[in-house]
Design a protein around this ligand. Sequence first.
Ligand code: NAI
Length: 335
Amino acid sequence: MRIAFFNAKPYERPFFDRENAGAGHEIQYLEPRLTEETAPLADGISSVCAFVNDSLAAPVLDILAAGGTKLIALRSAGFNNVDLAAADRLGLTVVRVPAYSPYAVAEHAVGLILTLNRKIHRAHNRVRENNFALDGLLGFDLHGRTVGVVGTGKIGEVFARIMHGFGCRLLGFDPFENPECLALGLRYVAFEELLAESDVVSLHCPLTPETRHLIDDAAIARMKPGAMLINTSRGAVIDTQASIRGLKSGRLGYLGLDVYEEEEGVFFRDLSSQVIQDDQLARLMTFPNVIITGHQAFFTEEALTNIAATTLANVSEFERTGECANAVSGARVVG
Ligand code: NAI
């Protein structure tokens, strides 16, 4: 099948080329992000491959469908950037990579916790300046602390397993209880109780209308004073303004972000020679107790290998049968 591969980055091409050697699709790598302006580049191409920061809003899908696109193959797990109702209306099938490496994301979340707690980012900068003083670098033992896991699915479970290894007490909040987490001793509690008791709160739920701004002023006010908040799920699960207020008041002791509410158009790009226009992001970067990474939690060799393999297998399955087990919307015969 021909694939218009939007937002292609040099680091992912080798993985897709290697996996495609067996699959035999015709991949057209396109550098631009998918937007209303760039969507016509897929004209006449039956499948479009997109990433988390591509726009798949209704106007973009209208253009793609009019150009003959039948399949949207997301090379991501999350699909909150797709207007699924519009995709259904237009007869577009949307497929995704439901799981590629829960370890990659869970381990990155733990990396953020350790960095913030032991101030490794600050220590590294100091030592490079021959400053070996320890003032301001005091951390705490994770052993014996309470960790709240919001969303105990695939990533939340791996994260819980790692924190269990550290000797933490585990609390969970999820509409569905995960038996593997229960077996670790994780106790499911109400959201309010999780916030009130946790020294570290880590977000692993999808972005949905229910989880949008789940962490707002009220939630932060319920957290333990000085607690740590980690977000490797989706930016808008946190109300950024509320988090800034929490940091300024000291209520929020640490904030580790791999995702950010307004990351679209900023993350995945080298803006080092430009002035950052986003004042919220600029403010967040001024806090010594905030760490931000640019949506890199998924970024491991194993994850990229699995993303490429599953994405191309999804396209092959759709080409063969007109359906795909990894569809999040639609399941129609190739036209
Ligand atoms: P999953 O579907 O296995 O688990 C999500 C869990 O969240 C489920 O158990 C679900 O019941 C729960 N959930 C749903 N609504 C909830 C709510 N209102 N409150 C609490 N829990 C709720 O998904 P997986 O693979 O664990 O991924 C989780 C999220 O991580 C993805 O949706 C995606 O947004 C994010 N992610 C981030 C990456 C990164 O690079 N930073 C990479 C991959 C995923």
